[in-house]
Write a protein that binds this ligand. Sequence first.
Ligand code: SF4
Length: 339
Amino acid sequence: MSPASRASFVTCLGCGCACDDLTVQIADGRIADISPPCPVGRAWFGDGRVPGRILRGGAEVALEAALADAAETLAGARGGVLVLLAPDLSTQGQRAALAVADLLCATVDTATSGPAAAGLLAAQRRGRAAATLGEVRNRADVLLFWGVDPGPRYPRFLSRYALDPVGTHVTRGRAGRTVISVDIGRDRGPAGAESALVLAPDQEIAALSVMRAVALGNALGELPPALQAAADAAARLTTAAYAVLVHDGEPGEEPGRDAYRAEGLIALEYLGDETVTVAAGTFECHKFRYSDEDAGFVSKDGAHPTYDVWVTADEDSIFVKGGVGGYMQTWYELVELER
Ligand code: SF4
């Protein structure tokens, strides 16, 4: 049995908090615990054991045979090669994999790019405003948690950055910060917020559109309660000295959320209310526009024309009419409705 020891100032990559102040206790050559305690960090460190199985075609093989097989496959590759970095790979393993990729002029991808792809692609098309964790700690006076509770997802976020710490511009710590918590189906915001919104998954994009409209200073008509709460939250954000919107870049617990909500956050626009007559009758409607001014969906003819959509101005948000002009010239409308 080897003696117990400890390593100080260890960095954890278990979540985006990137804590670099951990003490890791080691016993019998294995990681025994970490402090300060963090369940996500503890799971991320595991016991420090590096996975040791070597498989080829699902069957265990000797290292030499696997290496020879991999080298032969790579050397004989025709066309593009993709090197996929697996989860739980050591830093040294990643470095070696990238060196191989360089030699082969290969494309490199990771196992985590899929879940985060929608947000990454939206950021590429539209741009994204971000903040350092230091700015959050020192400046954030209004924080909106959009369908994420940092307690289970980023356990030390609240104690290290916000809400609890005193910041250079938030000298009263938690008492100087306002929290807006948004539940979206099963993806819950934090408890104890100054205000809370509860949205069904299919209300998420509409709520984001309303908030964008408020931020742009557009006048809104009467809204259903959930969307009015979203409008109120946006109004509070616009009065902040430093507003921070915290959301998850990867899928949460709620399966019904729109995979392209990151795009919706920055491309949808609420244009106000209109009375619309179609074959199915006359309806009071909210009008939304899905714009593509930056040519995110560019075609050979340039930017995609804007989509205009009218939905009933009630809790049901029934599609009444909508379509896209320009070179698309495609329109739909409601011809019959039974309630
Ligand atoms: S909050 Fe926990 S999981 Fe996240 S980086 Fe810090 S110790 Fe690791």
